[in-house]
Write a protein that binds this ligand. Structure first.
Ligand code: ADP
Ligand code: CIR
Length: 340
């Protein structure tokens, strides 16, 4: 290559940490499944406005391309390789953050998981994706009681073969242009679908950005019960599925921003006063290590003063510590909103 890899104005971490000479030295390396650096950075090249710009195609990508992944992970998570990432799924008994239900509309906690023995969504073949779908459905069918549920394939829903009332809110759509350039949308919607419990408080997306996105969702501010539902599901699924995991980087995910706990715990919260004082809200978010996203997910806008506020850090912190920190941060934010 003679021209620059990335647009000169790109703010992405991949541009920062992948100079031409490093690209040259890794260009011919491949993982056992044939994933290359060129494929890993396609999203960052095609989308100069990427914040990260790189995706893993399999668990081994994090080793084979470590000279570029390591500094990106270190900067994004504030984590160095000599630290330990230790999981802790101890359930909590925290008081309700918003007992009157005046601010918090819903609480959602999700984790991402991938299976060790399959390529990640950017690099998986159609037939492997379908095999994987079957393996995951089998494991989900072993869930009992309130976690028991049914699976809907996105392909069937698209053909209008099976469309239960209100199902739209549980589904996922084709990935955005960042995921598209990475190859994550290949053959969409084949091999993808949604599992949901009858109370719709436990949901699993299959073959979206990761093999599994496992989530617990309540229209309350009860962080502890939302978390405990997720922990129960993870206990059973972890006994049946062999998740890709690394002792330094925790659970391995397509996007390096999700490594570690792979957990995003957050709320949809209406903050009419703080919406007018964004600098106060941003300060509080920074102090409590929280991230603010738009109402309909990452890279969307705030609608009707409803913010999605969740943990910013996922690696080098335990699952239970994320829940406790979020509880503290949200309590401070609600206090500030009340005082305005
Ligand atoms: P992810 O959380 O999987 O990283 P997104 O930010 O795109 O990705 O969010 C996925 C979906 O979950 C979006 O449709 C978003 O509106 C929804 N969502 C996120 N947080 C909540 C919440 N607290 N309550 C209800 N829905 C939520
Ligand atoms: C970017 O680099 O901006 C996109 N690839 C998104 C990065 C955030 N990660 C994510 O949504 N999983």
């Amino acid at each position: 290559m003679t021209t620059a890899l990335f647009s000169e104005t790109s703010p992405s971490l991949v541009k920062k940490y992948l100079p031409q000479n490093l690209f040259k030295s890794l260009e011919h390396n491949t993982t056992d499944s044939g994933f290359t650096l060129e494929k890993a950075i396609r999203s960052g090249i095609k989308n100069p406005d990427s914040s990260i710009g790189i995706y893993a195609g399999d668990a081994e990508s994090y080793q084979v391309f470590s000279p570029v992944f390591d500094p990106i992970i270190s900067e994004y998570h504030g984590f160095s390789k000599d630290q330990n990432h230790v999981s802790d799924f101890t359930t909590t008994n925290l008081p309700l953050i918003d007992p009157g239900g005046n601010y918090i509309l819903s609480t959602r906690i999700r984790v991402a998981r991938n299976l060790k023995s399959f390529c990640f969504p950017a690099h998986i073949s159609l037939s492997d994706r379908k095999d994987l779908e079957g393996i995951i459905i089998n494991a989900l069918n072993s869930l009992k009681d309130d976690l028991a549920g049914r699976y809907l394939s996105l392909a069937d829903i698209e053909k209008n073969e099976d469309r239960p009332a209100g199902i739209e809110t549980l589904l996922f759509e084709k990935g955005d242009r960042f995921q598209d350039a990475a190859g994550i949308n290949s053959d969409f919607p084949e091999g993808r679908g949604v599992f949901y419990s009858s109370d719709r408080q436990f949901i699993v997306w299959i073959n979206e950005e990761d093999h599994l996105r496992i989530m617990s969702l309540e229209t309350t501010s009860d962080l502890s019960s939302t978390y405990s539902r997720l922990c129960r599901a993870l206990q059973t699924l972890g006994e049946r599925l062999d998740f890709a995991h690394d002792k330094t980087y925790g659970y391995l995910t397509s996007c390096p921003t999700n490594l570690g706990t792979a957990m995003r715990a957050g709320v949809h919260i209406r903050l009419e006063k703080l919406d007018q004082k964004k600098e106060v809200l941003n300060r509080l978010a920074k102090d409590y290590h929280l991230q603010i996203r738009g109402t309909r997910g990452e890279k969307t806008k705030i609608e009707d003063s409803v913010f999605d506020i969740s943990n910013a850090k996922r690696l080098g912190i335990s699952e239970t510590a994320i829940i406790r920190n979020l509880h503290k941060g949200l309590s401070a934010i609600i206090k500030a909103e009340k005082n305005l």
